[in-house]
Design a binder for this molecule. Structure first.
Ligand code: ATP
Ligand code: MG
Length: 180
């Protein structure tokens, strides 16, 4: 499984539709301060279901929608799609390519899609559970997170190992069953 494309439209500083292709090997994103590098990783976490405004460096969810500039009007919605190569079948769905989309309007409602089929956030979460991908997965390590991994309480570190071991799915199903 490999992230191959990120499409961003109306998310933070990305007013125009922007397509970022990620080739094999290492990709680095460079640019001056404030040019939108971190906004790209925010977009990836957001499409995977990030609900914490603070984690997205805003004060309200609406802050992730392009707010306009002196030359350009604000936009009404934000849409991000990330596409994975799934030829190895690591994402448990019968497609060799998996595209996840999130769209949000200023009213605050989010819509989620897996390969253009409307779905719930829960479906997106479940699809990536135990793959390491996800808003809290170990595939996205933000500034400060390294310290957290090294020095936090053992209970917190344990969740990273649980995801790597592939048991989060079963744990979450067990918890869900116990609540019923
Ligand atoms: P640094 O090198 O300092 O880390 P960076 O390239 O990571 O910079 P970002 O933090 O990704 O930069 O981008 C910040 C820019 O995004 C700021 O100029 C800010 O005005 C802009 N921005 C954030 N939210 C919005 C929004 N809703 N609408 C328009 N622009 C936005
Ligand atoms: Mg940055």
């Amino acid at each position: 499984m490999r992230l191959k494309k990120v499409e961003i439209q109306g998310f933070k500083s990305f007013a125009d539709k922007t397509e970022i292709e990620i080739k094999n090997g290492i990709t680095a994103i460079v640019g001056p301060n404030g040019s939108g590098k971190s906004n790209i990783s925010d977009a990836i976490r957001w499409v995977l279901g990030e609900q914490s405004v603070k984690n997205l460096r805003g004060s309200k969810m609406e802050d992730i929608i392009f707010a306009g500039t002196s030359k350009r009007k604000a936009l009404g919605y934000s849409e991000v799609t990330i596409t994975f190569d799934n030829k190895d079948g690591e994402i448990p769905i019968d497609y060799t390519e998996v595209a996840v989309t999130r769209r949000m309007f200023r009213s605050g409602e989010s819509e989620y899609y897996i390969n253009k089929n409307s779905c719930r956030l829960k479906d997106v979460r479940e699809l990536f559970m135990d793959t390491g991908v996800g808003k809290d997965g170990y595939s996205i390590i933000g500034q400060g997170r390294i310290e957290e991994i090294l020095s936090n309480r053992p209970e917190d570190r344990r969740s990273i190992f649980e995801e790597a071991a592939g048991i989060v799915k079963y744990k979450s199903k067990k918890e869900e069953a116990e609540r019923k």
